[in-house]
Design a protein around this ligand. Structure first.
Ligand code: GTP
Ligand code: MG
Length: 379
């Protein structure tokens, strides 16, 4: 009887791994193959390279099919969409199905929680960022507004603006859960006068089992607050409660500035790390909630530091859910050399901001959390 041996396949494309022909399917350099143990996940060289190139494979937020059904109504009635985003946690990740449904409609984007940013941060910078991120999904906002708990909102002006924009049609307010939809409505209601005989109430939206807040705007038009889109791609949707308490800012965001060169890494508690693989010495800013601690370490010792931090907790928060490298995703960004401010942002946790000059930056973050590179939120 012949000797049986295990046939190893590429975990991604399924090709049988071979070391003979570089141009054939499943080629892997002999060193990688011989190092692999039978239970290890291995990839052929080609898949390994493509996966590196597709690093920022888009994560998709989960969305209730019934909410999509409601948006079909919005589309059919040419409604106005008010899309609320939490300026802190938003990193440009939108649900593409929702985006597809609303992009032909008039969309007003509201960047909420402006109060979490210092007054000297330019409104234009935040607005430009929002417009840019929505445009990336094919949505050209009719207007972009900033709101926050502390700025006096002129509710009458807000309602007038909405009435002008909706042209007699219905209004649907959408956005992630906890982006502040209900808070905005409550504040705007101060200047609202119900001129109809119908009441403001929570209804089960016709044809669905979804509860929505319904506000009559005229005899034949309504305002609806849809349930929040669940934050499945946000750090707040992945980590335990006491970690979330530390990463969600209650007051002004904190910014730390570190000068880093190739070989340096910035740990963000046990939650994330940014490594400068290549690049000149540059100042890097990291924006986060007050309670999030960072530590600059040597890249080559990063794994040791992360392990040590799990025990000694010198940089908090430490998540019990992140215990091995399998609990993290890792991505690399080859930055352009445009000398402009860019962000690499982790949804719900914070963002690294720096002038792009051809760096290579590697990021690790909790598995399944959305990461995006874009123009900077704050310039
Ligand atoms: N700092 C700050 N916090 C805000 C602001 N608006 C809302 N919040 C807080 O954000 C959290 C969520 O607010 P909600 O108004 O309930 O958010 P929502 O979008 O209606 O959430 P869902 O109904 O669950 O989708 C609450 O803790 C609010 O206090 C704001 O302008 N600034
Ligand atoms: Mg709400």
């Amino acid at each position: 009887m012949g000797k049986q041996s295990r046939v190893l396949r590429c975990y991604h494309c399924g090709a049988i791994l071979q070391c003979e022909n570089e141009n054939e399917k499943g080629y892997i350099i002999p060193e990688s193959l011989h190092r692999a143990t039978p239970i290890q996940i291995i990839y052929c060289d080609k898949c390994f390279e493509t996966m590196k190139a597709f690093n920022n494979s888009e994560l998709e937020q989960q969305v209730d099919q019934e909410v999509l059904k409601i948006l079909d109504d919005a589309y059919a009635t040419d409604a106005l969409i008010i899309w609320v985003v939490d300026l802190f946690s938003f990193n440009g990740t939108l649900n593409s199905e929702i985006a597809k449904k609303v992009k032909k409609l008039n969309v007003i984007v509201v960047g909420n929680k402006r109060d979490l940013f210092p007054a000297n941060v330019k409104d234009e910078s935040l607005m430009e960022y929002l417009a840019d991120r929505f445009t990336a999904y094919g949505i050209k906002p009719k207007s972009v507004r900033l709101l926050g708990a502390t700025n006096k909102i002129d509710s009458k002006e807000l309602i007038d603006a909405m009435n002008t924009a909706r042209k007699g049609h219905d209004v649907y307010m959408i956005g992630n859960s906890t982006s502040g939809k209900t808070s905005i409505i409550n504040r705007a209601m101060k200047g609202f006068e119900n001129k109809t005989t119908r009441q403001i109430k929570t209804i089960t939206y016709p044809g669905t089992s979804v509860n929505v807040l319904e506000i009559p705007l005229s005899r034949s038009s309504f305002f609806y607050e849809l349930p929040g889109i669940s934050q499945t791609t946000s750090a707040t949707g992945k980590l335990e409660k006491d970690v979330i308490r530390q990463i969600v800012p209650k007051k002004m965001v904190k910014v730390i500035t570190r000068s880093m060169s190739a070989g340096d890494a910035l740990m963000v508690g046990s939650l994330a790390a940014f490594e400068v693989i290549k690049g000149k010495t540059t100042n890097y800013r990291f924006y986060s909630a007050e309670g999030v601690e960072t530590r600059k370490v040597q890249s080559k010792k990063l794994d040791d530091y992360i392990n040590e931090n799990n025990i000694r907790r010198f940089a908090r928060p430490v998540s019990e859910r992140l215990v091995s490298f399998l609990d993290y995703d890792m991505f690399e960004y080859a930055m352009e050399n445009d000398k402009k401010w860019h962000d690499i942002a982790i949804e719900g946790l914070g963002w690294l901001s720096f002038i792009a000059q051809g760096q290579m930056i590697r990021v690790r973050l909790p598995k399944g959390v959305a990461l995006k590179e874009s123009i900077a939120k704050i310039k």
